[in-house]
Ligand binder design. Sequence first.
Ligand code: 26V
Length: 846
Amino acid sequence: MVTKSAPTKKTASVKKPTTSTKTTAVKATSTTNKASVEAFKQSVLNHLRTTIGTSPEKASKLAWWQAVVAACNEEIFGRLTDTQSTHAKADTRAVHYLSAEFLMGRLTVNNLTNLEKFDIAREALKELGLDINEVCEEEPDMALGNGGLGRLAACFMDSLATCKYPCVGYGIHYENGLFRQEIRGGKQVERPDSWREYGCPWEVCRPESVQNIPLGGYIEKQTAPDGSVSSVWHPSSIIKGVPWDIPVVGYRGSSVAILRLWESRSTEQFNWDVFNAGGYIDAQAEKSLAETISKVLYPNDSTQAGKELRLTQQYFFCACSLRDILRRYNRTHHHDYSDFANKIAIQLNDTHPTIAIPELMRLLIDEEGLSFDAAWDITSKSFNYTNHTLLPEALEKWPVYIFEKLLPRHLEIIYEINYRFLNDVVEKKWPGNNDMKAKLSIIEEGQCRMVRMANLCVVTSGKVNGVAKIHSKLVKEDLFPEYAELWPNKFCNVTNGVTPRRWLLACNKGLAELYNEVSGKDWPLNLDLCEKLKAYADDKAYQERFMKIKHENKVVLANTIKELVGVEVDPNAMFDVQVKRLHEYKRQHLNLLYILSLYKSLLENPDRDVPPQVFIFGAKAAPAYKLAKDIIYAINAVGEKINNDLRIKGKLKVVFLPNYRVSLAEKIIPAADISEQISTAGYEASGTSNMKFAMNGALTLGTMDGANIEIVEKAGIENNIIFGLSVEEVQALKARGYNSWDYYNADHELKSVLDWLDTDYFTPGEPGALSSIKNSLLQGGDPFLVLADFESYKEAHERAQALFKDKARWAKAAMMNSATMGIFSSDRSMHDYARDIWNLKALDIK
Ligand code: 26V
C-alpha cells in the first residue's frame, strides 16, 4: 500500500522542468565510479586489439561494437559456467522451453543493463570519443520470430534467468530471420534478413553437443520368438544438428541462462540401401534438404498447406533438443528413467514443437527399451502446452501422407496414443458415441487425413494454458469444451508478461530515473513498486515531470521519423501508435477508416478544434497475404496525400515506419500517447505490446479483448479509452447473422470513406487500387466486424482528443497506467508457470 505521507518530501525534490532540459540523461553516479569506467575502457581497448585485431585509429563502429561485446562476455561466460555447474551439482529440476521462435532483438544494451554496466560503458565509450547509442546501432536484430509469440519467449528467457529458475530455451538457429521489409512506392517488398552475415559475437558453437537426427525411410516389422511384433525404423537420411548457445543474462544476479539454437547441416551419411540404383540423385536432393532446414523462418500467418519443410524444421529442433535433454539427464541417472519426470519439465510454446511428444516416446521405447506404458507415463508427466491463438486456420494440422514420408515411426506412435485415448478415455466417458470420437480424435478423417497437433498436445499434456484470462476461458469453453469435460483441471491461465528490464529500464531512461527516485532502485525486480507513483498522480509537479519525459521521448522519435521516412512531425501532437503484425483481426484498416473520416472532417472544416495528431504504424505482412499487403499500401498512399495537404494545417500526419522490429519498438513505445489495441473481441489471445505501451505511460485505445481487459482492470477504465463490441456481443451478432452492408447503408460517413477508396484520390491515375479493402468489408462479409465497430471507434477517438486537451487529466491517466503494470512483468508470468505448471523452484547460483 502506498501511504499518503510520502509525497510532500518527494515533491520538494522534483526538478522543475525549467531547471534542466536533460532530465533523461543519467548522471555519473555511484554506479559509474572512475575505476570501473577505466576498467571497462581498458577491456574494450584490449579486446579491440587482441580479439578483433584492429586498433582505435583504424576501427570501424562495427569493430568497436564487437569489442564492447567481447568486454561483456568476459563477465557473462564466467557467470554462465557458474550457473551450469551449480545446476549440475544440485541435479535440479529444470524447465525446457521449446519454441520455434525466439525474437531476441539486440542484446548489447539489454546485457549491459542487466550487468548494471550501461552507465559505465557509456562513460567509457565517451572517453574513447564514441557515442554508445551509435555503437549499439551496429548490432543487427536477432529477428528469429514473427511477433508476439517469439518476443514472449525472449521475455520469458530474461525472466527465467533473472528469477534464477533452472531452464534451457531450445529453438532453431535460422540463417535468415523474419524478412527485412522495404517500402517501395508505398508497397512492401521482402528482403532476406541475414542477421549473422558478419558473425554474431554473442553466440558460441558447441561441437561437443552435436546431434544426429534420422529422417524419412521405412518401417520394418520384426516378430520376436514370443510372437510380439515391434517396429524398426530405417531412416533414409541423417541430419546433423549443430548447437549454438546464446547466454541470457539475468538482471543484477549471477544467473545466466542458455538459449540453445540448432543449425542443420548435411552429414552426407545416407542409408544407401534405401535408394534404388538411380538413387544418387535422390541422395543429393536429401543433402540439400538437410542444409535447407534451418535456412529460413516461416512467416506464421500464411497458410499451413504444403509446408513439408516446416514440419521438418519442427521435428529437427525437437529431436535435437530431446537428445540433448536425455544426454544431460543420463549423465547423472545412467538410463534409469524413473526420475525423469521429476527432473524434466518441457513447455511447448504453441503447437510448433508438438512433434517432441512422439519423439520422446520413440526415444524411450525404441532406443531406451521402455514399454509403451512406461514411456507414456513419463511423457505425459513431462509435457505442458501453451495455446496462443483460437483462429481455426492457425491450429496446425499435418497431412498423414507427409508423416508417412518423413516420420513413419512417429505416425505409428501417434496412432497408438490415439487408439488408447479413444478406447480407454473417450469410450468410457461417452460409450458408443462415434461423433465424439471423431471430434476428439488426433486424426481428422476425410479425403486427406490429417494429424491435429493441438489435440495431441491436449491429450498428452499435464497442463494446457491460455495467455490471458479471457483467452484461457475461451480455450476451455469454446475451443476444447469436451476435453475440459474430461479433464477440467488440465486447463489453466497464465497471463502473459513482458520484461521491465528491456521495456522500461533500458528503453526509457527518463522514466526509469523517475521510478528510481519514487520507488527506489529495486523496481526492475519488483515492478509492483511502481505503484508508488500512484500517490503522485494528482501532483502537478510530478504530472509535468512525467509528461516532460514523454515529450523528450517524442522529440527523439520525431527525429527518427524524419530520418526514416522524411516526414516532419510535431512532438506536441498526440502520438497515436499501432505497431504489430498486419492481420485483418488486428484491424489496422479500422484505424485507416477513422483516419479517412478525420481527414474528411478537417477538409470540411480546417479550423475544427482537434489536437494535432500523428498516426504511426509499423507492421509486416506475411508475403503471401494479399489483403494485408494492400492495407500497407493504403496506409502509405493515404499518408502521402495527407502529409502533403496544406489545407489541413498540419493537424494530421500519417507515417508508416518500415521494417518494424524489436529495436524499432524500443524507440516507438516510450514515445506513444495512445496505444491502439483494436482487435475484434475474442481474437487477440493476449497482446503484449499493450503491456509495454501502458508501462511507458500510453493510454490504451482498445477493445475488451485479450490482456486489454486485465490492463484496464488494473489501470482503471477511466484512464483508458475502451470501445466496441465485447466477446459476448461479437458472438451474439455473428449468431444473429452479421451483415456489413447494413452498417454501410445506415452510416453516411462510413459509406463516404469506404467509397473514397474506390476513387483515385489517394492513388492518382489508378482508381480501384485500394478497392480490395472495401470489397473485403462488403462483398467479403467483413469477417472481423470492422464496420460494426466503426461508430464506437470514432467516438472513442473523440473521447481521446477531449482528454488530451485536458493536460492534467491526461497526465494522471498516463501515470496511472504506468504505475499499475506490475502484474504484467514477465517475472510474474514465470512465477505463475513455476508454481501452477512446472512445480519448479528457483536456485541461487554459487
Ligand atoms: C498464425 C496464423 C496462421 C494461419 C493464418 C492466420 C494466423 C494468424 C496468427 C497466427 C499466429 C498464432 C500464434 C501467435 O503468434 N499468437 C500470439 O501470441 C502472443 C503471445 O502469447 C499473443 O500475445 C498474441 O495475442 C497472439 O496472437
